[in-house]
Design a protein around this ligand. Structure first.
Ligand code: FAD
Length: 366
């Protein structure tokens, strides 16, 4: 019998498992995938997450492995290449194959029992106890369930089925070596039908990640041919001068990863004895590159309330901490994807680049 079963060992799950285990809770951490694994993600982590990384005991390891400090945010859209006028430490990027393994291992070091690879396929209540069933039929009993299983499950008990629409977003990510991105800059990319970001990550690799609407993806594939990731890259390079310049002479490392459709938003997910964290609770449009930070910060919040036996306050506290960021991200995403608003924004930002700092603050980077 465990105090809690944590479903999913992404940033949200491993952080929750670590923080509860080090407070003396008996934790089962269940992850269906094998680590290390790459993931569709820009890899940027806000400096605001330093406290949670420290509480999880991995801040020094993170700083040692991560890419160089991001000191300016920017915008690459059409012919516009703008960057914020002042320097400050916004954060750093680390590949998910490293970050997720660091966090998972930190949870295990604190005493969490790891079930991996193992998928939770069933969940039921038995009196005061919750029972998780694994794919192989094993059962794990606990007082509390923490659903940290992300939001991209196409099947299974945590799947969130939504009807297909032209506005569905598909996500892509790739690493490049030998890029010419100016040091310390993390530009937001806004292009017809989508948005994305570029940042220097660990080991001298540039991480490029993006989301593109279903209809824009189909048009890009028709125009440029090749595999989906290649067509998206060709579309971005053809429409966004800053990206084309940064990638001149750069070499694609491995291949593009893709996922989707993704459906950012706040999820009305309530279940008896189940607490949702990370993307399972709510997903910000990746345009603000805050999903990992929000995931581990939500786990810090939940762990604090569970340890203090104040878990009734979690839903309200989660909303107060994250709803504004999710709504701001949604606004930025829609401004970036529509031609008229994108053109207006890039003209404004070219004239007043301080707006970039304001946007970064609104997204939760301060
Ligand atoms: C294009 C793109 C770029 C992004 N860029 C950034 C960025 O730069 N910075 C940032 O902060 N965020 C970024 N994000 C968002 C970020 O990737 C997510 O918000 C983050 O991964 C959420 O963490 P999580 O732990 O909630 O979920 P996940 O990382 O999705 O982890 C969930 C885990 O649960 C496991 N799981 C699922 N179901 C089960 C089950 N039934 N049983 C057992 N295990 C299960 C999965 O295998 C997975 O390992 C980006 C997202 C996209 C799409």
């Amino acid at each position: 019998m465990f105090d809690a079963v944590v479903v999913g060992a992404g940033p949200a799950g491993s952080a929750a498992a670590r923080l509860l285990a080090q407070a003396g809770w008996k934790i089962a951490l269940v992850e269906k995938g094998e680590f290390p694994r790459r993931k569709v993600c820009g890899e940027f982590i806000s400096a605001t997450s330093g406290a949670v990384l420290a509480a999880c005991g991995i801040e020094q390891a993170f700083l040692a492995a991560a890419g160089p400090p991001v000191m300016r945010v920017g915008l690459y859209a059409g012919g516009t290449m703008a960057s914020s006028p002042t320097e400050r430490l916004w954060g750093r990027a680390l590949g998910r194959e490293h970050l997720d393994t660091l966090l998972r291992d930190a949870a295990v070091r604190a005493g969490a029992e790891l079930f991996q690879p193992a998928e939770v396929t069933g969940l039921k209540r038995d009196g005061e106890t919750s029972v998780c069933t694994l794919e192989d039929g094993r059962e794990i009993r606990a007082h509390t369930i923490i659903a940290a299983c992300g939001s991209w499950n196409a099947r299974g008990i945590f799947a969130m089925p939504v009807a297909d629409a032209p506005s569905d977003l598909f996500a892509f990510k790739a690493h490049f070596t030998g890029s010419a991105l100016p040091p310390g800059l993390m530009p937001l990319l806004a292009f017809p039908g989508g948005y994305g970001g570029m940042v220097m990550s660990d080991s001298g690799r540039l991480s490029l990640s993006c989301c593109i609407r279903r209809d824009a993806l189909a048009a890009a594939r028709q125009r440029h041919g090749g595999k989906a990731g290649e067509a998206v890259l060709a579309h971005i390079r053809a429409t966004t001068i800053g990206v084309d310049r940064a990638l001149e002479g750069a070499v694609l490392e491995g291949h593009f990863l893709s996922t989707g459709p993704i459906h950012p938003g706040i999820r009305p997910r309530l279940a008896d004895g189940v607490f949702f964290v990370g993307n399972s609770a709510g997903e910000a449009h990746p345009i603000i590159a805050e999903g990992i930070s929000m995931a581990i910060q939500a786990s810090g919040l939940l762990a604090k309330l569970l340890i203090a036996s104040r878990e009734d306050e979690y839903a309200r506290a989660w909303h107060d901490s994250f709803a504004t960021r999710i709504r701001a991200a949604s606004l930025f995403a829609h401004l970036a994807m529509r031609d008229e608003s994108r053109n207006l924004c890039r003209a404004l930002i070219a004239g007043f680049p301080g707006i970039l700092d304001w946007g970064a603050r609104l997204s939760g980077k301060m």
